[in-house]
Design a protein around this ligand. Structure first.
Ligand code: NDP
Length: 279
């Protein structure tokens, strides 16, 4: 029997990237899946991808919703319960580094950008967790949050608010994990490095610019030691692992880093000390 057979999963941000890949893997592994995002066309692409992989329509619930709105969150929960009856797994994946329309970065970014960034990357997770909690208490379910290596401990001066939101999400994950384990709910987190998705396009970068950027980073061992940008399934597989109680039951409130080695590299290591001595 497929390992998630009879389980129902809500995956926010599944109209693209990591969430889309996780939705496909969960559905192929027997789960009922609620897929969602704001973009109708991209969400339909996810739906078609899953259907074409042989999954029956009866295992899919496709919901166009903005996860930062209370109505959108309620719709996600209600439509999932209406179609599948229960919720076993919540994947809080939707997220983005929201660019400042004035093209500025760091401390020059406006406070409105701070609010939008925190709303999507942190508050929406908090609200979804609160709304799904009673249903996960019933099923002794799982929550998997998606953070980023920008959470630290290294600095992220170009995207301060995004990094701040993800760092807060990590503390929220640890604390909710301990709060909710008394109800049988496990909470964990995956922390991706550079992954080829729609992330940069969502920041306003054209597709070819994004590709150039992934290649640039992959070509430099001080950026991505493994020499290649991550694929959505590299992260999606970890999400499934953390949602699979048979495999990961003793992991509580932890974060798994998947970054091709990026966060293990220190700037000074990119220079050869012997060359400096000799010069
Ligand atoms: P994508 O841009 O490919 O996917 C982001 C998803 O989030 C889309 O489905 C998008 O849907 C959805 N989303 C964004 N805003 C909203 C909103 N207000 N309401 C509902 N859905 C929303 O990026 P990734 O797959 O890369 O991002 C997934 C997660 O991974 C994010 O949390 C991101 O921070 C994290 N991450 C990504 C990294 C990377 O290098 N790609 C690195 C580290 C972390 P739509 O546009 O249809 O609303």
């Amino acid at each position: 029997m497929p390992r998630f057979s009879g389980n129902t999963v809500i995956i926010t941000g599944s109209s693209n990237g990591i969430g889309r890949s996780a939705a496909l893997l969960f559905a192929q592994d027997g789960a009922n899946v609620t897929i969602t995002g704001r973009n109708t066309e991209r969400l339909e692409e996810t739906r078609q991808l899953i259907l074409k992989s042989g999954v029956s329509e009866s295992h899919l619930n496709s919901v166009v919703a903005d996860v930062t709105t209370s109505d959108g969150q309620d719709l996600l929960v209600k439509s999932t319960l209406d179609k599948f009856g229960k919720i076993h797994i919540l994947v809080n994946n939707a997220g983005a580094a929201i660019p400042d329309p004035n093209g500025v970065f760091g401390t020059d970014q406006g406070v409105d950008i701070y609010h939008k960034t925190m709303h999507l990357n942190l508050q929406a997770v908090i609200e979804m967790t609160r709304k799904v909690k009673p249903h996960l208490m019933e099923t002794k379910g799982e929550i998997v949050n998606v953070s980023s290596i920008v959470a630290g401990p290294q600095a992220s001066p170009k995207s301060i608010y995004y990094a701040t939101a993800k760092a807060a999400l990590e503390q929220y994950t640890r604390s909710t994990a301990i709060d909710l384990i008394q109800h049988g709910i496990r909470v964990n987190l995956v922390r991706p490095g550079i992954v080829e998705t729609g992330f940069m396009t969502a920041m306003g970068m054209p597709d070819e610019g994004a590709k150039k950027c992934y290649n640039f980073l992959a070509d430099r061992k001080e950026c991505i030691p493994v020499g290649v940008a991550g694929k959505p399934e590299d992260i999606a597989n970890i999400i499934l692992f953390l949602a699979d109680r048979k495999l990961s039951s003793y992991i509580i409130g932890q974060s798994i880093v998947a970054d091709g080695g990026s966060t293990l590299v220190m700037g000074m290591q990119s220079h050869n000390m012997m060359d400096i001595f000799k010069s």
